[in-house]
Design a protein around this ligand. Structure first.
Ligand SMILES: [Zn+2]
Ligand SMILES: [Zn+2]
Length: 434
């Protein structure tokens, strides 16, 4: 038996409804915040990610699904959304239209990673990107969007950490200071950090090792190294955020894994320690240039949807059930000439044409097992066709919830069912709202 590849999984009926709900909220929030959907290809030229994410990052070095296509080109399944959106922004000349350009994307990403809870090789992200403005209000908007999305889903107690990593100038001055401080304790650092010191000292701030964390407590602060422009920008971001209901904290050690970030970076995590973040993002002032365009400010966030679903589950958030009411058409008794079956087929088409979800027996089951099947698919009403009724021009309608049956004229059946279904759906909606 061939199984699904490691790190991938099937989303089956029963679970997919949760995804639909999360996706619905994502589209609603995006619309409210003025972000329009963009869909880019699932694969791109490998070079785009090498340039856009950075050749030295773990993602590019170890985690990409890269292969040569039959034409000998190196292509890669997208490991994240931003680089492709930047490419699309430039390739479609969105940069020469009105700014800012605000888009969202939602879909699968691919990384050859060690699979664990909430981390898959094919995983799903919701993300937004906004180009063409360096206004701090936009930073606050992107953070507020992220928090609002989680809040509307029902997640509570989230940690929102915000920091500024400055522009390349501030960062290199801070990096030097951090490096010379940490070098005094080089012996005590973990092997990873020792390597980071020479390559990219800021990454030391990301280390989870206890020993390194203790040393970092006395390390220089980024805020002493921000230039005036970066420092003013960060003050503005914070003051705008204070106007929103986002409960954020300033975290000087938040640097995020990717090198392209400038100034604002942020992360949202579920309550409790040791859990991966749900979302991360920040401002990138040089990425559009790196991808071959004119210098253009940009900012974005990526949200891991598998983790969001796990968080919803662990917080016991209930998903509203707003399924449409269904009708099951059953036939009763012998039907040697297939008359009842043809009538059932006619009725099925009639109901569906009137937007009533309807199904009929397809396995020639007994009436008893047809009723069972009606229960299994959650039908609210069953229509039972028998030879006697066929001759009288009537049908029997069974209310599956109440267990009551009544005889209805065949001609008035569709109108009757439409009315009944509408009344019941209104009751469901009211119950879901309360
Ligand atoms: Zn600066
Ligand atoms: Zn370390």
């Amino acid at each position: 038996m061939i199984k699904a590849p490691r790190g991938t999984r099937d989303l089956l009926p029963g679970e997919i409804e949760k995804w639909h709900y999360v996706e619905k909220i994502a589209r609603e929030v995006s619309e409210i915040y003025g972000y329009e959907e963009i869909r880019t290809p699932l694969f791109e030229h490998t070079e785009l990610f090498q340039r856009g994410i950075g050749d030295t990052t773990d993602v590019v070095q170890k985690e990409m699904y890269t292969f040569e296509d039959r034409g000998g080109r190196s292509v890669t399944l997208r490991p994240e959304g931003t680089a492709a959106v930047v490419r699309a922004y430039l390739e479609n000349h969105l940069n020469s239209g009105p700014q800012p350009v605000k888009v969202y994307y939602m879909g699968p990403m691919f990384r050859y990673d060690r699979p664990q809870a909430g981390r898959m090789r094919q995983f799903h992200q919701l993300g937004i990107e906004a180009f063409g403005s360096s206004d701090a209000a936009l930073d606050a908007e992107v953070i507020s969007y992220t928090y609002d999305f989680f809040y509307r889903l029902g997640l509570r107690g989230l940690r929102v950490e915000v920091n500024s990593v400055g522009c390349p100038q501030c960062r290199s001055r801070f990096g030097e200071a951090l490096k010379s401080f940490m070098e005094k304790y080089e012996e005590s650092l973990c092997p990873n950090c020792r390597e980071r010191l020479s390559r990219n000292p800021l990454r030391v701030l990301d280390c989870k090792e206890q020993k390194c964390r203790e040393l970092l407590a006395g390390a220089p602060s980024i805020y002493d190294y921000l230039c005036r422009k970066c420092s003013e920008h960060f003050e503005q971001v914070k003051s705008y955020l204070n106007l929103t209901d986002v409960p954020f904290e300033v975290s000087g050690q938040l640097v995020r894994g990717l090198d392209y970030y400038t100034q604002t970076v942020f992360e949202v995590s579920p309550p409790g320690d040791g859990q991966g973040s749900l979302a991360g993002g920040g401002r990138y002032s040089n990425l559009v240039e790196i991808c071959g365009g004119p210098a253009t400010p940009g900012i974005g966030v990526a949200i891991g949807l598998e983790r969001v679903l796990l968080a919803l589950q662990s917080q016991g958030v209930e998903f509203p059930s707003v399924k449409k009411e269904r009708v099951f058409i059953a036939t009763a008794g012998d039907d040697p000439a297939g008359k009842l079956n043809r009538e059932a087929m006619r009725l099925l088409l009639e109901l569906r044409r009137c937007d009533l979800p309807a199904e009929k027996d397809l396995l020639r089951r007994s009436l008893k097992s047809q009723m069972k099947q009606a229960g299994r698919i959650g039908a609210g009403y069953a229509v039972i066709l028998g030879m006697d009724e066929l001759e009288n021009g009537t049908v029997v309608v069974r209310d599956m919830l109440k267990g009551e049956q009544s005889e209805i004229s065949r001609d008035g059946l569709t109108e009757y069912l439409k009315a009944m279904v509408q009344i019941r759906e209104e009751i469901f909606w009211k119950a879901a709202e309360n």
